[in-house]
Design a protein around this ligand. Structure first.
Ligand code: ADP
Ligand code: MG
Length: 537
């Protein structure tokens, strides 16, 4: 994560260079003001005029420089943020399917929203401000040193002391901020759950419970915000006070020195002007550092959620599926829970398999092994003699296709939903539609294949969805189609018709997991596996 963000460093350097130029000119401007005042008090009209004109020109140059400063600052933050978001999404899609599913989606959502906001506000802005504060401090330091080293050191002493004081004052605030961030994370995942369960909530009259939970969660966050605001108000009032006192103190010291004749009146103004230039950066740094450090744990959290814990290196490519998939003494456990034990089955190319068995018997698990979402805990699965564990996922996934109970449809044309954005000729597309039994459906659409699907296909029936998924597989030339309870929510007539379509696909291997069996189609399968008591019959 950090590496991705650091790709914005060239922009940071540019932004700080521009800032340094502006700050340098600013410092020079305060020297000019000192000279103007001193010449005026001396009654030296000639020099006063000369310095005043130069001062005006300087002020004119400062305007575009200030503009450039904020433009480059924005550029740096924008580029760094875009780079980190792209990195996050790229890494996310490198995750193994099973490991992605193990995590709560809210985590990814919150990473891309809340956490990225924090990265922007605390880290990117923080780094820039650190650089800028350092530059401002340096400029004021040099300017003041040129007038009176003594005042400079008194100034630094007072600034450092007050910065230390504000740092101590800010401690409780950090703790509350951290707690608020945790509350926000819980809030996001709660909102996501509630919106996802909208139907269940409405149908079961859970509105009151939701309202109560929601009220509590948002109240907690609001209350935390209130506490933070309250503490912030006290702290900033105190800071204001400390700052005023410090500046006043320095002012008195320099006026005293002016009366004694060791500095000029113009120097008093210069010192007061630059006192802020030293004071604010120091104060800023005490505010920024804890923020930058707090983002470190965010980076760790994000990196952790992106990491694949199983990093076994796959070395083999699989161009084609020619003969068979063979389970050799395969066992599989979720942690300590053994679900499948010493299985030996064989799946032959082009044949059709039905997998049945009691709920919780391990059918889906068996399918997940076949889909390479998981690897066996013991034993091995061979595909055309190659160990499936060693076959690269992308390479294997090209050969298989999955039909789920919930077929996802993109908000796009029927064509793109079938081709999944890859290039195929019309003949190929029509053939796949024909084989998947979708011809009548497509003919009935107002714009044929170019009809748009909205809202995840609200008005497309379950059976048509399954057929779209089958057409996707056929078009992509999948050698094996896996189905997990794909027809569970369809009425039995539609389910049987789709089954018949699948059974008629020549050369395509079909593995259909289902807990319902139809007499009419059962005998057409080459084999029926019954998965129960960890074994296959
Ligand atoms: P089926 O599809 O036959 O209903 P599953 O393969 O889904 O059965 O589940 C078999 C057993 O494995 C069940 O006891 C289930 O609780 C357990 N199981 C399934 N998925 C997981 C998982 N991701 N983590 C832990 N246990 C699981
Ligand atoms: Mg299942």
């Amino acid at each position: 994560m950090k590496k991705a963000i650091n790709r914005g460093i060239p922009y940071l350097i540019l932004a700080l260079l521009i800032f340094a130029m502006a700050a340098g000119l600013d410092g020079y401007m305060s020297i000019k003001i000192m000279r103007i005042v001193d010449h005026a008090l001396d009654g030296n009209m000639g020099l006063f005029k000369k310095e005043a004109i130069e001062g005006f020109i300087l002020a004119g140059i400062l305007l575009p420089l200030y503009l450039l400063t904020s433009i480059t600052r924005g550029l740096y933050i924008n580029r760094s943020l875009v780079k980190s978001k792209i990195y996050y999404i790229e890494s996310l899609f490198k995750k193994n399917i099973n490991e992605f599913q193990e995590e709560n989606n809210a985590k990814y959502l919150s990473a891309l929203t809340n956490d990225m906001n924090n990265v922007e506000q605390k880290y990117l802005v923080g780094i820039y401000e650190t650089g800028a504060s350092f530059i401002s401090f340096l400029v004021s330091f040099i300017v003041m040193a040129s007038v009176s080293p003594l005042v400079l050191f008194i100034g630094i002493g007072i600034s450092a002391l007050s910065a230390l004081l504000t740092m101590i004052l800010g401690k409780p605030l950090q703790r509350h901020e951290r707690q608020r961030s945790d509350l926000f994370e819980g809030y996001t995942s709660y909102i996501k759950e509630v919106l996802g369960a909208f139907q269940i909530i409405k149908a079961n009259n859970l509105n009151d419970k939701v309202k109560k939970d929601f009220f509590k969660k948002s109240k907690d966050i609001q209350y935390k915000g209130y506490i933070i605001d309250k503490i912030s108000t006290y702290i900033s009032a105190l800071q204001q006070f400390i700052m005023m006192m410090s500046i006043f103190l320095i002012f008195m010291i320099s006026v005293y020195m002016a009366i004694k004749g060791s500095i000029t009146a113009g120097a008093v103004i210069l010192i007061v002007n630059n006192m802020e230039g030293m004071f604010f950066p120091l104060m800023n740094l005490t505010d920024i550092f804890p923020k930058i450090i707090s983002v470190k744990s965010l980076f760790e959290k994000m990196d952790h959620s992106l990491k694949n814990h199983d990093d076994y290196e796959e070395t083999l490519d699989l161009d084609d599926f020619k003969h068979s998939i063979d389970f050799k003494n395969v066992s599989f456990s979720y942690d300590d829970n053994e679900v499948l034990q010493n299985m030996d089955i064989s799946i032959k190319k082009g044949e059709k398999y039905l997998i049945v068995g009691p709920s919780g018997g391990g059918k889906s698990t068996l399918l997940k092994l076949l889909r390479k979402y998981f690897n066996p805990t013991k034993g091995e699965i061979l595909i055309d003699g190659k160990n499936l564990r060693d076959v690269k996922k992308e390479s294997y996934f090209k050969n298989i296709s999955n039909v789920e109970q919930q077929v996802f449809l993109f908000e796009d044309t029927v064509r793109n939903n079938i081709t999944l954005y890859k290039d195929y000729s019309d003949e190929e597309i029509n053939l796949a539609i024909e084989r998947a039994g979708l011809s009548d459906f497509v003919k009935g659409l107002p714009n044929g294949l170019d009809t748009m699907i909205y809202d995840n296909g609200k008005n497309i029936s379950g059976g048509e969805r399954s057929r779209i998924a089958i057409a996707r597989g056929l078009l992509a030339n999948a050698k094996i189609i896996f189905l997990d309870e794909a027809f569970a929510s369809l009425d039995s007539k539609v389910a049987q018709e789709i089954e018949k379509t699948l059974l008629s696909l020549e050369g395509v291997t079909v593995v259909n997991v289902s807990h319902v069996i139809f007499k009419e189609t059962k005998d057409k399968y080459n084999k029926v596996f019954i998965v129960k008591n960890k074994a296959v019959v």
